[in-house]
Write a protein of this length. Structure first.
Length: 120
């Protein structure tokens, strides 16, 4: 799968996904740091990349309907220190084979993943 890591996440998140065999770029890599969320979303659509972010705005399915995107993974964690965020992402990566991401919003919380999209 192809992913884009938002600027609000540690760059090590890209390493977690690469180690799992995925194609990963970051907002930093592409000079998109500080750009508006709609532009980031458009770039992800064009590149067919799943966005991984801490941005709560991307959890709004009215603004970002899951069916219109290759996938959105919004991390919603209590602690945002690097080690915790990476651990939560690792747990989510372990679920990739069991649930679809394309056309879905994954809200990845500390101890669960909620998935929106598909037939909704």
């Amino acid at each position: 799968m192809k992913f884009k890591i938002d600027e609000n996440l540690p760059t090590e998140c890209a390493d977690v996904l690469r180690q799992a065999g995925h194609d990963v770029t970051t907002v930093w890599d592409e000079g998109l740091r500080g750009k508006a969320d709609p532009l980031i979303a458009d770039v992800c659509q064009e590149e067919e990349r799943i966005l991984v972010t801490l941005g709560r705005d991307f959890s709004d399915i009215r603004a970002y309907p899951p069916s219109e995107y290759p996938g959105i993974m919004a991390l919603s964690v209590i602690r945002q220190d690097k080690a915790h965020v990476i651990e939560v992402l690792r747990r989510a990566v372990a679920l990739f084979g069991s649930q679809p991401i394309a056309g879905h919003l994954w809200i990845v919380e500390d101890h669960r993943v909620r998935i929106r999209g598909g037939s909704e």
